[in-house]
Every structure is written in C-alpha cells, then in structure tokens.
Write a protein of this length. Structure first.
Length: 197
C-alpha cells in the first residue's frame, strides 16, 4: 500500500512518501515499562510515543517486546554513562577546614557538615585548574546533567571518622564527625551518581 506514492516498494506493507510531512506515531500515557496499560494486549514491536513522566517512563518512543516497554534512545543518550563516581574532593573533618561563603559548597552548622555534591560535580566542568593550550576555557556544559536527573549513593564511608551520614534528593550530603575520630588510609567516602531512567 502506498500513501503519496503510486509505486510502493514491493518489500513493504506501507510505503509513505512526502517531502514536507511526517508520520505521527500514536501518543499515549504509559504508566511503567512493565505495565501494558493503556494498551490492551500489545503485540511485540508495537510502537508508541509516551507523553508522561511517571515511574520508570519519560517522554519518548517506546516499543513493546516480551512483556515490557523498551525506550528508543538517541546515540547521544546511549553514549552517556548510567552511573559515575563523584569527582575526588577532600571532605572537611575539622571546623577550621570550612570557610563560610568561600564558594566550595561546604558548610558547618551545629556540628553537621554539609557538602553540595551536585555543585561540586558541576564545578569541575566550569573551572578546570589546568587545560591544554588549545582547549576551551570550560568543558562543554552539555556534559552536566540537571540535579533532578541524578540519584546519589554513598557506597562507602569510614565509620571510624564519619557518622550520621545522609544525602538528600538534591544531592546535599550531611555528616558528623565521631567523638574520637581515628583517621587512616580508609578515611574517605565513595560517592556514586546514577542517572535516573
């Protein structure tokens, strides 16, 4: 069958030709990748455009295959990491190491240290200390994901030094120092950023 085409290709069931128009794929509101709804009994290879951000789905093209919706992604999306480690930074362990308003993203209030992990991550792209002569002043800000696109995980911290370690959805790390800290070669934190689906 041809649309705008009197001679459809013999290998196709539908051959659409136009120089100034496209095909609109049905737009639906998916609920999750593991739920067929709002489609009833979808067949493998069914293609839709999801308009919702909910559960583990975001706006974009999805196709049904083996009991789940699978998102079609661009080359740019495919090349981005799904998770990465926080840049190396020294965590303050002494009140004298924190200077209010110095632009480092560190604060200390009533014995609770706070570090804006997202701000520290973003800063590495804005102000590299050294670069080769031909490099731009800043690293491309296309590399910087928005704060609401990341989840934050503390996969290790030295309990001989740190206590009450928490992190918010906005990437604010809070911690206290134990009463008699015992710093060692194990005194650090592993912080992982995971890109939300």
């Amino acid at each position: 069958m041809g649309i705008g085409n009197l001679h459809p290709h013999e290998s196709s069931m539908l051959d659409v030709v136009s120089s100034d128009r496209g095909i609109l794929i049905p737009r639906v509101k998916l609920e999750a990748t593991n739920l067929a709804s709002p489609i009833t009994s979808p067949e493998n290879s069914l293609l839709v455009y999801n308009t919702e951000t909910i559960s583990d789905v975001t706006p974009g093209y999805y196709y049904w295959s083996i009991d789940s919706w699978n998102r079609l992604i661009t080359e740019k999306q495919a090349s981005k990491p799904k998770y990465f480690y926080m840049p190396s930074i020294a965590m303050p362990t002494n009140p004298t190491h924190v200077v209010s308003g110095d632009g480092t993203g560190f604060t200390l209030v009533s014995g609770v240290y706070r570090v804006d992990l997202y701000e520290r991550y973003k800063l590495q792209f804005e102000a590299p200390q050294i670069k080769n002569t031909g490099a731009p002043v800043m690293i491309s800000n296309e590399s910087v994901l928005p704060a609401n696109k990341l989840n934050y995980y503390i996969t290790y911290y030295d309990a001989a030094v740190f206590k009450s370690v928490t992190v918010t959805d906005a990437g604010i790390l809070s911690y206290e120092i134990v009463t008699s800290p015992k710093p060692s070669q194990r005194t650090f934190m592993n912080i992982v950023f995971a890109v939300k689906p």
